[in-house]
Structures are given as structure tokens and as C-alpha cells.
Design a protein around this ligand. Sequence first.
Ligand code: GLU
Length: 417
Amino acid sequence: MQEFYNETFLNAQKQLDHVAQLMNLDAGVHERLRYPRKALIVSVPIKLDNGQTKVFSGYRVQHDQTLGPTKGGIRFHHEVNLGEVAALAMWMTWKCALLNLPYGGAKGGVCCFPEEMSVNEMERLARRYTTEILSMIGPEKDIPAPDMYTNENTMAWIMDTYSNFIGYAVPGVVTGKPVSVGGSLGRKEATGRGVAHTVKMALEKLQLGKDEPTAAVQGFGNVGSITAKYLHQQGIRVVAVSDVQGGVYSAKGLDIPRLLSYVAERGTVVGFDDLDTIENKDVLELEVDILVPAALANVITEHNADRIKCKILAEGANGPVTPEADLILQNKGIFIIPGILANAGGVVVSYFEWVQDIQHLFWSEEQVNEKLGYLMGRAFEEVYQVSTNKKVDNRTAAMMIGVGRVASAKMLRGLYP
Ligand code: GLU
């Protein structure tokens, strides 16, 4: 199935092959997990504000549905392609299984430049894309959510478009919606909250929490900014953050609450407090205790891995470290919290949102956060135990748990017909 081959997909496959060998995974199950179960490519034509028509490429990939309906975000980004979406769908399968959520993995996206589009154009794009993938999604089939450059507004449009086709309101078709249309309290903050939670647990395990630890965050979208907020609240000195336009650095630590208001107004961290600027790629190489790549995939490769100086690397993004770089970082003794664990808070609260929508019964923010903390804490402990007992790195341990759960369910269900 060479259609899926690109760097990110081959990296995801390589990670699976590695753990399959270590676990002595059944060859048939391994083969079935190496490719997505279903993939759809669609043309998404919309009228631009200037009256012209433009056609975008859209994708939805469902990797595996052994444990339940498929789940995963939709991204609007100019680097979206079939292979990347397939890799992200595969990671969602392991992430959901690791957190014990009754889902398989999926992902979707539209290749476009969202920064250059108006809100109206984005709405038309979201609605037409939803129409094109309509046969694939549904609360019992496949449940999209936000990802890069999509947000709760996008989810409201998707929910509305789907509901119009069905004939009544179906809030459970997407998660990450605004609270007023069936969203969950705490969902918007969930991914960043989860990242910060795993960092806290790592600091405890490594006994690094006593002095004021330092952190750098690359990417200041939903995940990066909320992570910075909670790291700051946990008493961690965040010395650098960056977004697509550039970064800011202060050895004394950034005033994160004020920075968040600044970004809400200006749309970028650049220019904050007239601080020293730092290039996006240099944020990764700072001498800090904690590094959080929270932007794109493949930002740490064999070319810069030996210059990474953190002690804990928490993957806010999906797939920021290539397999080659992973080995270099492990040899340096860096404690990596893999994305399928570190950034799982988002899909955990998505699961809570879906459950609330199906039951028409809504929880308080305290209930959501408490349950999130419990699931993240349990998964972190499980990964830590497997990594210690089997003497493997955290990513391998996390994948062994996730892949193992999917594989044993596959064995029990058997192969149809
Ligand atoms: N896009 C997020 C992720 O990569 C969230 C997915 C979801 O909530 O379904 O985990």
C-alpha cells in the first residue's frame, strides 16, 4: 500500500515494527495493524470571498476499529497529505488504547493555508469537507475533534452540517465543541493540562522538582500555550516560547499570564515585553530541564538531536521526534514522555465529552479534571512500570501497552469471515 508512504508514515510504521518484534506480536495481527483500515480522499471545492472557486484536497483515515468507533482530530494545514494523516491515525490508535478509551484511531485534514483564509472561507471549507466525509463519520462510527488550525468553532460547523443531514441535533458526532452546543467543560485546556500533569509526574520520578525547574515550549497554539500556563502554575520557570512568527526568551522566566493576554490581543508572542528574540528552531536547543515541542512533527531529527540539552522531553505535538533522533536522545539519557501519553489529555476529555453527549448528562469542571488526572496518572504509572521492568524506553513501553491491548482484542475477535 505505497499510497501511504511518506516520511511520517514510515516513521510510525517503523515504531510499530520495532515493538512488534520486541513483543513477539502475532504476524497476522502485526500485518493488519501496519496500514489503515479505511482511507478517503476528497475534493473540497469552495467559493472564496473574491468570487473565485478553489478546490482543496481533504482526507479522513481510520486506522483501526477493534476497540470501538474511531477517534481523532481534523487539521487544516498546508503540509497535510495522505501519509501524514495515516501516521497520525495510527498514533491515535495506540494513544486511545494506552489510555484505555473504547476507541480506535483516526485522523483527517484539509491541505490549505488557514492563516490566509477568512472566517467565512474557513466555515465553507469545514462544511463542505464534512459533507464529503459524511458517510464515514457518526457518533457510533468515527468522531472527529480539533487539531492544528481547527478549533471549537470548526467543530460547531461540523456538528451543524452533520445534524442538518441527519435531521436532528447530533452533538456526539464531534468533540471539542463549544460548551453551549454539547461541549465539555475542561476540553479546551485538556491537552495542555495533561502535558503539564505528565511533566509533574516525571519531575517526581526523576527527583528534579525541588529547585525551580526551567522549561522551553515550542509552539504557542492551544497545546503549547495552555501547557505553558500550567507549567508556570506548577512553579516551573518557563524561559522561552515560540510560535510560527518567532520566539521570546528571558533567563529570569516569562510572565506567562501576561504573555497569554498579549497573545490573545496580538496573535503572536513576538514583541512581548521587548524581550530578546529567539528563533523557533533554537528554542529546541536551549539548556533547560523541560522541553515541550508542541508544534509540528519531525522537528527533532538526527541533524539536531545531539544538540538537545533538556532532561525531560514532553511531546505536546504528535511525532516531533524521528526514530533516528529518538535513539540519540535515549543515549543522552533524556526522559522522553511520548506524544501518545503526554498529549493524550485532549482525547481523554473528548471521550468524556462524547459520553456526556450520549447520556445527555453533563459534568462539572472539577469532575472532568479529576477523572482526567486519574486516567493520565494511571497511564503514566503503567508506562513507567513497563519501561522499568522490561528495560525499554518510555515510547517503546507506551507502544507495547497500546499495541498489546489492540492486538489481544484482535486475537479474541478473530478475523472475519
Ligand atoms: N487532535 C487531538 C490529538 O491528536 C485530539 C483528538 C481527539 O480529541 O479526538 O490527540
